[in-house]
Design a protein around this ligand. Structure first.
Ligand SMILES: [Zn+2]
Length: 95
C-alpha cells in the first residue's frame, strides 16, 4: 500500500512521493508538488500579463496622441463650409 498524506492545499490525500513538507504559521503540513509548482508559476504569469497590458496601454496612448481627433474633426466639419466640402471630397462623398 502506498503511503499518502493529507494535502492542506487540495484538501485530499496524495502519495507522499509527490509531496513536500512545508512549514506554515500553524505548523508543518504536507503539500503536493503539483500545487507548489502551480503557485510558483502564477506570479510569473501575472507579471507577464501585466507587462503585456502596460505595453498595450502605452501603444494606445501613443496612437491617441499622434492620430487626429475624430471628435474634433466632426465638430469643425460644419455642413456647407469649405472644410466639410474638402473632407467630403477626400472621403469620396462629393455630390
Ligand atoms: Zn495537493
Amino acid at each position: 500500500m502506498r503511503e499518502t498524506a493529507y494535502c492542506y492545499h487540495c484538501g485530499r490525500h496524495h502519495p507522499i512521493a509527490e509531496m513536500r513538507r512545508v512549514r506554515l504559521k500553524s505548523g508543518v503540513r504536507w503539500r503536493c508538488l503539483r500545487s507548489i509548482e502551480a503557485t510558483r508559476a502564477a506570479p510569473a504569469q501575472r507579471e507577464a500579463f501585466g507587462q503585456r497590458m502596460t505595453a498595450l496601454n502605452r501603444a494606445l496612448a501613443d496612437e491617441r496622441r499622434n492620430a487626429p481627433q475624430p471628435g474634433c474633426l466632426r465638430e469643425t466639419a460644419v455642413p456647407g463650409t469649405a472644410l466639410e466640402a474638402r473632407l467630403a471630397g477626400e472621403l469620396g462623398l462629393r455630390r
